[in-house]
Design a protein around this ligand. Structure first.
Ligand SMILES: Cc1ncc(COP(=O)(O)OP(=O)(O)O)c(N)n1
Ligand code: TZP
Length: 506
């Protein structure tokens, strides 16, 4: 079993036949799909010689390594060995799992096709790294499919995996999936059934007129579908959120944490950090009311959480406003690693460094005027610079892990009229990242959309007449969404406005 984090969200399986690829270049199409956010690629060619397969796989491997994405080879274990790529995908009629594992060793990824419960459980028991469940819908791309299982067949297999204790094995489904049916394949009744980790597609990307745009759209659908899982995980595990935060927001942030199902502790004394990290907490470092003593405590706590491998959210409130804050930001960035850095444009311009930062920042409010594309690039660049997820807040929120960049257009202007909403979003992010460590980008997305949708719902309540009446309504809506989600009601999800963006676009 491999020990690497793989993003199975959008899984590209290649096809070099003219019927699917047309007269395009395979490497160019795969590169475009990678730019669109594909997280794993499988080279699948049923017809070419061993030599040609090795040549093409080598070309694809150069590309996938550039994007830090694994490349697998379909069926041909010997090609994978020669190329030294990250693994193989095998079907029920291909080389046995045990033989493939013996040849490849324990570090390589081996995925297995399954079309019924028995095959799925057997593959997990053998040690499959992930399962390709299908065929979901009849498809022109593969004509020799044994069974078309439909979304209900997928559900049956997922249920069986959970029941048999294999709920942690990643799963994708395959067969006839495209942008028009992806959401319905991923949607389920909201029960605690195991969720799919992603969708594997051939023609939806290889034959797309714009593979990058098609990949972005598919990724947006996959990420949106994962949000309820995050909300449910928080509700089901009550993660501890340790807040070293400012004087203004402590009570409000604690109430927001409780509303989303987390357990808040507001503790600014760093000696407590090792114990809290050991208890599985996530830490928020919020610079809102910075003092020399506070800074020392932040650094000590950051180290304790880094040592324990627990996530830290950095909220550099008012980062560029004063020389003291600018220096504190640099000190804190150099002191350790953050899972998430969250801030408005002005704050994140300071985090990023660069010219005229000070002129852009007044108090703790965002005064930086950047276009959406500039903000997307800023978030993406900081994410790469600090190997973290960046949440850049504003009327449109931007979220990036350096590879995938999203915009969220939920929220309401009343959020900006209440002090502490931004800081309590940081608290919520910490709860979500603490509970759903497998993908901090998805955790951040869930927190941001949850906030935005709850605000939209609260703002239209009849009793809400302004910021004062908005606050209790907002907390009630956060609580209501959590309760509805755990009960299987996902209506709020239809209000989510999430799009994957091209951060390279000028
Ligand atoms: C991710 C993924 N899932 C299933 C398959 C199908 O594999 P297989 O059953 O071996 O059929 P062929 O691809 O060999 O025609 C897959 N390739 N990828
Ligand atoms: C390889 C494979 N295995 C089951 S269906 C399939 C082909 C899927 O192709 P498409 O995504 O174009 O339907």
């Amino acid at each position: 079993m491999v020990n690497r984090t793989v993003d199975y969200g959008v899984y590209l399986v290649t096809d070099s036949t003219p019927a699917v690829l047309g007269d395009c270049s395979l490497t160019q199409v795969v590169e475009a799909a990678l730019r669109g956010g594909v997280g794993i690629v499988q080279y699948r060619d049923k017809n070419c010689s061993h030599e040609d397969a090795v040549t093409t796989a080598r070309e694809l491997h150069v590309l996938t390594k550039r994007f830090d994405v694994p490349l697998l080879v379909n069926d041909r274990v010997e090609v994978a060995v020669e190329v030294g790529c990250e693994g193989v995908h095998i079907g029920q009629d291909d080389m046995s799992f045990d033989a493939a594992r013996r040849i490849l060793g324990s570090e390589k990824i081996i995925g297995v096709t399954v079309s019924c419960e028995e095959e799925a459980i057997r593959a997990c028991e053998a040690g499959a790294d992930y399962l390709g469940i299908g065929t979901v819908f009849a498809t022109q791309t593969k004509k020799d499919t044994k069974s078309i299982i439909g979304p209900s067949g997928v559900s049956t297999i997922l249920e069986a995996l959970k029941e048999s204790g294999h709920g942690a094995v990643p799963t994708v489904c395959i067969g006839g999936i495209n942008n028009s049916n992806a959401a319905s394949v991923l949607a389920h009744d909201g029960s605690s059934r195991k969720s799919l980790d992603g969708l594997a597609v051939v023609s939806a990307l290889i034959a797309a007129p714009d593979p990058a745009a098609a990949a972005r759209q598919l990724l947006g659908t996959v990420l949106t579908a994962k949000m309820p899982q995050v909300v449910r995980t928080v509700a089901g595990t009550t993660p501890l959120t340790h807040n070293m935060t400012n004087l203004v927001v402590q009570n409000f942030a604690a109430n927001v944490a409780l509303a989303v199902g987390a357990s808040p502790i507001m503790a600014n004394y760093a000696e407590e950090a090792p114990d809290l990290a050991k208890l599985g907490a996530a830490l928020v470092i919020n610079m809102g009311t910075i003092t020399p003593d506070g800074l020392r405590n932040f650094i000590q706590a950051l180290k304790a959480y880094n040592d324990a491998g627990r996530p830290v959210v950095f909220d550099p409130v008012g980062a560029g406003a004063t020389a003291v804050r600018r220096e504190a930001v640099q000190t804190l960035l150099a002191a350790g690693h953050y899972a998430v850095i969250k801030g408005n444009s002005s704050e994140l311009l300071t985090v990023h460094g660069g010219p005229s930062v000070t002129e852009r920042q007044r108090g703790v409010d965002s005064t930086a005027v950047l276009s959406i594309s500039e903000r997307a690039r800023l978030a993406r660049d900081i994410a790469r610079q600090h190997s973290c997820v960046v949440l850049l807040t504003g009327p449109t929120d931007l979220i990036s892990d350096g590879r995938r960049t999203l915009r969220v257009d939920n929220g309401h202007e009343l959020l900006g009229m209440v002090t502490g909403t931004g800081c309590s979003l940081g608290t919520t992010v910490s709860a979500m990242v603490g509970a759903f460590g497998e993908d901090a980008l998805v955790a951040c997305l869930a927190a941001t959309v949850l906030f935005g949708v709850a605000a939209e719902m609260a703002a239209v309540r009849p009793e809400v007449r302004g910021p004062g009446t908005f606050v209790p309504a907002f907390i009630d809506e956060l609580y209501g969404i959590r309760k509805a989600t755990t009960a299987g009601d996902l209506q709020w999800l239809s209000m989510a406005k999430v799009q994957v963006v091209n951060a390279d676009e000028k």
